[in-house]
Structures are given as structure tokens and as C-alpha cells.
Ligand binder design. Structure first.
Ligand SMILES: Cc1ncc(COP(=O)(O)O)c(C=O)c1O
Length: 395
């Protein structure tokens, strides 16, 4: 173990089982450890480095902004946040933006916005329906929103006002709806919960139910947004529009940022009702602007779609050889490979030994969330390593 890893054990709270690698450098879809070993990165900082590591457009924007203005209070107008907000509105169905610093914080703000809407228009309704196997973040309220007991149990009692129902089941949402319900919050495709794709009609049915009841539809596109699933936003593939959408992860290709977007009619915060010291910071927004501009100017979402389809076809070709593969699923470059038994940790280590970083999604599943700028060449390389790695696994 290197000295850095010993120091980590000494000084850090143990909230994560780290892999025995200290990364020191990244470029495009590759990272290097402190011994100079190169890895092909199909984790991408957990679906964050949308343009790859240290993309020149992002690096240049950060450098220029760092030399100009890094932070002001939000009592002042600053240009990068306005430019990024305009770009996001131009490329989405939403009208207004609020910036924050992470996904959990974006979802917290979205729920606060829905509660304000409930106070204004729904007789004080405040409950939000969310789904089982979702993931909305680690703050206490978002743990309550996240329908997974492993995240909830250590912290009970949890904040009230959330009802978790079965995903991909419109009747479950209908049954859970009452006069206190102000919104439904869902991920268009569940990421952390298993790369779970809904039936084609599910989101349209949720949209129609929200319309019928006058409730808001919040889409958590923190993982699926910004091109990850093959369109700029996943909602485009389901023929619906949310009232509120949250973004984070890939929004600034590695720089921490979150955003709440809302339709005009749902944009009901008034001054003082919500805020953030760092939210909309010029440095992060300059990185966000460079990222979103590159994604939209270069059809990065289209690339994710094409390369994702090529990748899924390649994974399907591994199935006859490895009978323990039970499922290949995903959209764009959000892809899961499921096994008949709990071999994901062994597969992660076998890939790591051969220079490929992959994510253990569940004890029996891997997830691939590489940068969206990769081509078929990187996919071929990953498939070849995966083939060798899986060959070492004995069931
Ligand atoms: C769909 C979704 N929502 C929210 C979050 C939380 O984001 P953060 O870790 O930036 O708080 C995540 C993180 O994985 C996510 O995938």
C-alpha cells in the first residue's frame, strides 16, 4: 500500500470501500495512477466527466475565469451563470434556472420548490411521491426520497413528506396520491438503483396523472441528463416535458455544480426563499458553459447514442461465451451488465488488474458510465479487457 493510502486510512472517515489505486492524472478517457499505470476509465467519476478528463475547452474556461473572477455573493449579477442559464434554457423545455453545488442539493431545492408551489396552488399540499430503487442523494430529505432501505435505515427517523412506491407502476402512484401530494419525482431511467429502464408508456402516464391532479412532475436527470442516454435530456425519448428538472454530474465535466430548472408556472421562489453561497459561482459556471456548449455544438449526445449501441451489441456478443451473463441493458452510455451470481466485485478487480475501470453497480451487476466523447476504439479495448477479465472468473 502506498503512503497516500495509509494516510487516507488514518485521516478519513470510512464512508466508501476504495479500490487500491491512487489516481494522479487524467486525459480524455484515461487516468494514471501514482506508479504511472494507465487505465481506460469507464467510470468517469461516476458519470461526471462527460467530456473526458481535462477537456481543453473546460480547462481553458476554468483558467480564464480563475484569472478573472472566482466568487462573488449572489447579491450581484455575474456573467458566467447568466450565460449558462441561457444555454440550458435554449436547449431544454424549461424556462428558469437556479444553480447549486451537487445533485442532492438540486433535488432538495426541487422539493422545496414543489412545496412552495403546493402552498400557493394546492391548498398547502407538500408530499412528494418517489420510487423504490431510486437514488436522489445523501442529504436527510433525499435519503427519505430515495426508495432504498439500505440508505434509509441507518438514519431513521427520516424527514416526513415522502412516499416511496414501486417504479414503472403508474397504479402505485395513483394509489399513493392524496390531497397532500404536490409532486411526483422520478429518474427517467434509474441509475444507481440498477440502470432500470421504464416501459415506454410509463413516463407519459405519470405526466398525464400529474396534469389530471394539478401536481408537478420533477424529473431527476442528474445521471441521465446532458447527453448520457443518447439525447441531451432523457425526457426527449419519452415524449414528455417535466415541470421541474434537476441536473448535476456531467454538467461541468468534473467541476462540482448542480442546477434546478423549472417551467415559468412552477418557478415560484421569491427572494430569500432559497439560496446558496457557492451556487452559480463564476468558476463552476464557466466550466459548465464550456461543457454544455461543447456537448450541444458537437452532438455529443448523438455520439453517446451511436457508441452506446455499438457497446451494447459487443456486450451481447459476450453472452454465449459467459453463460453467467443474464442481462445487458441501458441507453446511450449508461449501461449495465448483470450476472447470475454475486461476481461483480471480482469482475471489477479483474478489470482493474488489466487496466480498465468499471463500476460495481450491485453485487451481481457492473455499470459502464464512460465519458461521452469515446469512440468505438475505446469500446473495443474495453470489451477485449472485459472478455479476458470474465474468463478468470470461476462460478
Ligand atoms: C439520479 C441521481 N440523483 C441524485 C444524485 C446525487 O448527486 P450528488 O452525489 O451530486 O449529490 C445522484 C448521484 O449518483 C444520482 O445518480
Amino acid at each position: 500500500m502506498s503512503n497516500w493510502q495509509e494516510l487516507e486510512h488514518k485521516y478519513f472517515m470510512k464512508t466508501v470501500e476504495r479500490l487500491p489505486v491512487t489516481l494522479v492524472k487524467g486525459q480524455e478517457a484515461r487516468v494514471w495512477d501514482e506508479e504511472g499505470r494507465e487505465y481506460l476509465d469507464f467510470v468517469g467519476g461516476w458519470a461526471v466527466t462527460s467530456l473526458g478528463h481535462c477537456h481543453p475547452a473546460v480547462v481553458e474556461a476554468i483558467g480564464e475565469q480563475a484569472n478573472t473572477l472566482i466568487q462573488t455573493s449572489n447579491q450581484f449579477y455575474t456573467i458566467p451563470q447568466i450565460r449558462l442559464a441561457e444555454l440550458l434554457v435554449q436547449h431544454s423545455c424549461l424556462d428558469k434556472v437556479f444553480f447549486c453545488n451537487s445533485g442532492a442539493e438540486a433535488n432538495e431545492g426541487a422539493v422545496k420548490l414543489a412545496r412552495r408551489y403546493g402552498k400557493h396552488y394546492l391548498d398547502g399540499a407538500y408530499e412528494v411521491i418517489t420510487t423504490m430503487d431510486s437514488f436522489h442523494g445523501r442529504t436527510l430529505a433525499m435519503v427519505a426520497a430515495t426508495g432504498q432501505s439500505k440508505f434509509q435505515q441507518p438514519y431513521v427517523p427520516l424527514p416526513t413528506g415522502f412516499v416511496n412506491v414501486e417504479y414503472n407502476n403508474i397504479d402505485a402512484i395513483k394509489v399513493a396520491t392524496n390531497t397532500q401530494t404536490c409532486a411526483v419525482m422520478v429518474e427517467p431511467i434509474q441509475g444507481e438503483g440498477g440502470v432500470n429502464l421504464p416501459d415506454d408508456s410509463y413516463l407519459a402516464a405519470v405526466r398525464a396523472w400529474c396534469d389530471q391532479k394539478g401536481m408537478l412532475l420533477i424529473l431527476d436527470e442528474i445521471q441521465t441528463g446532458l447527453g448520457r442516454t443518447g439525447t441531451l435530456f432523457a425526457y426527449e425519448q419519452y415524449g414528455i416535458e417535466p415541470d421541474i428538472m434537476t441536473l448535476a454530474k456531467g454538467l461541468a465535466s468534473g467541476v462540482p455544480i448542480g442546477a434546478i430548472l423549472a417551467k415559468n408556472r412552477a418557478s415560484v421562489f421569491t427572494p430569500g426563499e432559497h439560496g446558496s453561497t457557492f451556487g452559480g459561482n463564476p468558476l463552476t459556471c464557466a466550466a459548465g458553459y464550456a461543457t454544455v456548449k461543447f456537448i450541444t455544438d458537437n452532438d455529443v449526445a448523438g455520439n453517446a447514442k451511436r457508441v452506446g449501441e455499438y457497446f451494447i451489441a459487443g456486450l451481447e456478443r459476450l453472452r454465449p461465451k459467459f453463460q453467467f451473463i443474464t442481462d445487458v441493458r441501458g441507453r446511450g452510455l449508461l449501461i449495465a451488465l448483470e450476472f447470475s451470481s454475486d461476481i461483480a466485485s471480482s469482475a471489477v478487480m479483474a478489470c482493474l488488474d488489466r487496466g480498465l475501470l468499471v463500476n460495481r453497480l450491485k453485487p451481481n451487476a457492473l455499470r459502464f458510465i464512460p465519458p461521452l466523447i469515446i469512440g468505438n476504439g475505446e469500446v473495443d479495448e474495453a470489451l477485449s479487457i472485459l472478455d479476458k477479465a470474465l474468463s478468470t472468473i470461476v462460478i
